[in-house]
Design a protein around this ligand. Structure first.
Ligand code: UT7
Length: 335
């Protein structure tokens, strides 16, 4: 019997309707379209405005999109993982609510968080369950409502982040398609450079914290930028080397969409031409856990069975890594 590998067999996505443009941000903080475009590559991002709706709203929509596209019976899903840095609530997982709402009545579910690396690390978790033979259908959703922790008076963060969600289905594959290799790392000494400090167990919310905006995400952009370039590119190159892949073996780079300059630097280190680099940062900004599945969803029509894709991410923690995955299907007009 051939070895079981874990392949992505379906994708879906959702972004909210409201579009926050660079021009709108010019009226909110001291910034301008030219600066944002040249320093980040972002033109607009989507924001979830609906009162009382959290990350689960985005996750449910993305999952429903996948279920509908793939004609999947949700009762056949074994496990639902929601990768997110902005869960609905501190207690009661976003995944439990999401899985029930989508009709995954035979599944168990849980949340996973490693900031912007949540989805990448979730791919490893989902694939391991499949490779072990323990489960057959795992829905991995990357979803974040970043607008819930962004300070729209802080130009270092509010120009970058957006809301969105994407979902992929992992299933067993006997043709050796799917996840091939991974290089994943964390370094806690970086946590002071990118964090939402207050509201957790070490620094609970107080009136003073709220008055001073301490519950919002904060980053020291330049330090995060430097570490993102060296670590994300380093991980991607390591994955190429140890799998004896040259740039010609790689069809696509799916890199976390935090800053176009970080993505370009990673592609350069890998020697990849621009047309192999998936890009949608200009329309969604940095959606944290949703960037990778949103890319896969946007590029799904161009992917071919057997394509070698390198996924890469970097995020708070610090956390980072790269995954080498062989794409498992070519989309036809009927699917
Ligand atoms: O997804 C998780 C990981 N996150 C990231 O990977 C984000 C990494 N960091 C970045 O993407 C970039 O550091 C930023 C986009 C956040 C900032 O870009 P930068 O090129 O690192 O700018 P900087 O912070 O070094 O600032 C350069 C200048 C400064 O002015 P001076 O001191 O040179 O006069 C800033 O005050 O740009 C100024 N500046 C702005 N100007 C207009 C900073 N933010 C803005 C802004 N609009 N929004």
């Amino acid at each position: 019997m051939s070895k079981i590998s874990a392949a992505i067999t379906a994708v879906g996505a959702y972004v909210p309707e409201f579009v926050l443009t660079n021009a709108m941000l010019e009226n909110m903080v001291e910034t301008n379209d030219e600066w944002i475009t040249t320093r980040t590559g972002i033109k607009e991002r989507r924001i979830l405005k609906a009162e009382g709706k959290g990350t689960s709203f985005l996750a449910i929509k993305a999952a429903q999109n996948l279920i509908q596209k793939a004609s999947l019976d949700p009762a056949t899903i074994d496990l639902v993982i929601v990768a997110t840095a902005t869960p609905d609530m501190k207690a009661a997982s976003t995944a439990s609510y999401t899985s029930t709402q989508i009709g995954a009545t035979n599944a168990f579910s849980y949340d996973m968080d490693s900031a912007c690396s949540s989805f990448l690390f979730g791919m490893s978790t989902a694939a391991s369950y499949i490779e072990s033979g323990r489960y057959k259908k795992i829905l991995l959703i990357g979803a974040d409502k970043m607008s819930s922790i962004v300070n729209y008076k802080d130009r270092a963060t509010c120009i970058i982040f957006g809301d969105g969600a994407g979902a992929v289905l992992f299933e067993p594959n006997e043709e050796n398609l799917g996840l091939q290799d991974e290089y994943l790392r964390t370094d806690g000494s970086g946590r002071s450079f990118l964090q939402a400090t207050y509201g957790g167990s070490s620094h609970p919310i107080t009136h003073d914290v709220l008055d001073n905006g301490g519950h919002y995400a904060f980053q020291e952009g330049r330090t995060v930028f430097k570490n993102a370039v060296s670590n994300m590119a380093g991980a991607a190159v390591k994955i190429l080397e140890r799998n004896k892949l040259t740039k010609d073996h790689v069809q696509w780079l799916a890199a976390h969409q935090a800053n176009k300059r970080i993505i370009d630097a990673t592609a350069n280190r890998m020697g990849l031409e621009d047309d192999k680099v998936m890009l949608n940062i200009e329309k969604y900004g940095n959606t944290t856990s949703a960037t990778l599945p949103l890319l896969i969803n946007d590029y799904e029509d161009q992917l071919k069975k057997g394509d070698n894709i390198i996924f890469a991410a970097f995020g708070g923690g610090f956390s980072w890594g790269a995954i080498y995955l062989k794409w498992a299907y070519t989309k036809t007009k009927t699917n």
